[in-house]
Design a protein around this ligand. Structure first.
Ligand SMILES: NC(=O)c1ccc[n+]([C@@H]2O[C@H](COP(=O)([O-])OP(=O)(O)OC[C@H]3O[C@@H](n4cnc5c(N)ncnc54)[C@H](O)[C@@H]3O)[C@@H](O)[C@H]2O)c1
Length: 325
């Protein structure tokens, strides 16, 4: 297939692009490089430096794209509460412009990077796709809005749409030739890369927000998914997409790890001491977020292969040590 990958210079888009190329697809990456890196774009992909708002210049009716994989967006939940307007702009307004271009060009399929944040505080565990959607931050609200736009687009215009709702993504793609692609967010807000920054001496300590939650050790429990398992799900989603349907899948392991368990595993992988400071709880942080990915397993045949913390942190550390530190 000929595929447009928005956000393909970012973490998940750059890993997925490589697996798409490996599978024999033609990949065009569109990214404005606001948070991505030119060198992260997969060799073998055509790169267009542009904003998704201007995607129509690439997605012309004659270009013959078979699908769009839409990763581009703003991703910081905390920032979305202090600068909500830029989240509505990128994740909704500009994404709707992309959807207009998809429709005008007659592109038949679209796979969207949605998020666990659409659910907010869970009323049931594990969280299924039919759970109540009540985002507790603007980031989640903007992602849910685009999900809803896809539902109506599929209904009205027969788009084959798939939303993949990722839980916490971790790990890196390590290639046999020694190259690697992984997580490089700035600012970094995710626990595993922050732990690696401490291990590499780039930060003094780690903060754990709250240790009095009703969990195994009092710290929050989150569901981590390896970025390679996540990327594979996109290939399966492309195959499963069906005209006029909006399919929605949670992607996680169904196993939660507490923040302290993550820190302990990071200590073992890196051999570093990793000093920890317990800070007050953050507003809106649920105690436990764990996905049911049963639907993805049943309908897509997706089976996560790298589901242990040493798998994920080991690959992330390999990438960080060799390409970032
Ligand atoms: N990382 C996670 O744990 C996680 C969890 C759930 C969902 N997601 C979703 O997955 C997607 C990818 O996340 P990521 O971690 O790879 O983020 P990332 O910041 O590494 O990548 C996003 C890319 O999009 C680009 N971009 C942003 N706005 C753009 C615009 N208007 N036009 C063109 N390019 C633009 C950035 O330059 C960047 O390269 C996001 O949509 C995010 O909401 C991520």
């Amino acid at each position: 297939m000929k595929l447009l990958v928005t956000g393909g210079a970012g973490y998940i888009g750059s890993v997925t692009s490589r697996l798409l190329l490996d599978a024999g697809h033609e990949v065009v990456v569109l990214d404005n490089l606001s948070y991505g890196f030119r060198e992260a774009v997969a060799p073998g992909a055509t790169f267009v430096e542009a904003d998704i708002a201007d995607a129509a210049s690439v997605l012309t009716p004659d270009a013959g794209f078979d699908a769009v994989l839409h990763f581009a967006g703003l991703i910081q939940a905390g920032e979305s509460m202090t600068r909500p307007e830029i989240y509505w702009d990128h994740n909704v307004r500009r994404s709707l412009a992309l959807l207009d271009a998809v429709r005008a060009a007659g592109v038949p399929r679209l796979v969207f990077s949605s998020t666990a944040a659409v659910y907010g505080n869970p009323t049931e565990l594990p969280i299924t796709e039919s759970a109540t959607k009540a985002p507790t931050n603007t980031y989640g609200a903007t992602k849910l809005t685009f999900d809803l736009a896809l539902t109506s687009e599929a209904y009205a215009h027969r788009l084959a749409a798939v939303s993949l709702r990722y839980f916490n993504v971790a790990g890196a793609l390590i290639r046999e030739d020694g190259t690697a692609v992984g997580e490089r967010h700035d600012p970094e807000t995710h626990l595993i890369p922050i732990a690696l920054q401490v291990a590499a001496g780039k930060r003094e300590k780690l903060q754990l927000f709250g240790d009095d939650y009703p969990t195994v050790d009092g710290t929050c429990v989150r569901d981590y998914i390896h970025v390679q398992d996540l990327a594979r799900a996109h290939l399966l989603a492309l195959d499963a997409a069906a005209p006029g349907e909006h399919k929605i899948y949670n992607l996680g392991n169904g196993n939660g790890f507490s923040n302290r368990q993550v820190v302990e595993a990071a200590r073992e992988v890196t051999g570093a001491e990793l000093p920890v400071e317990v800070a007050p709880r953050r507003d809106g942080d649920p105690a436990t977020l764990v996905a049911s990915s049963q639907r993805a397993r049943d309908e897509l045949g997706w089976v996560p292969e790298k589901h242990t913390l040493p798998d994920m942190i080991g690959d992330a550390w390999e990438f960080y040590r060799t390409h970032v530190a």
